[in-house]
Design a protein around this ligand. Sequence first.
Ligand code: THU
Length: 135
Amino acid sequence: MNEAPAGMNQELISAATRVRENAHAPFSKFRVGAAVEDESGRIFTGCNIENATYGLTLCAERIAIFKAISEGSRRFKRVAVVADTEELTPPCGACRQILWEFCGDVPVVLANLHGKTETLQLGTLFPRAFDASFI
Ligand code: THU
């Protein structure tokens, strides 16, 4: 199960919690923060950014991973997602596909603002994924 020391997850949760404050979510009012840690320990963060067209909205997870990719990171150790919900918010289907592409079967740390956390493998959240191995 690739379990990380609790402190490493906590640092990632803190980064995702902080960046969540930057969410641009005037339509849903639903703020999400995400953070990814690359193999060298560098952390990249993202928040959701909505648009008046609705359909052009980008989730926090995709912003975080795209920021990391565009800065040159390619291998990742874990992902964190933070929202203000009692039942922990998991990545949407589109984000699961994108995370799988770049991270593979990494731990996904879910957290809320009250200290509740749960860690799931991406392979559990996104079984039998389509990826480059089929092409
Ligand atoms: N959202 C995320 O950023 N990540 C998720 O994992 C779930 C949904 C955003 C998209 C939209 O801005 C708002 O939450 C409501 O769906």
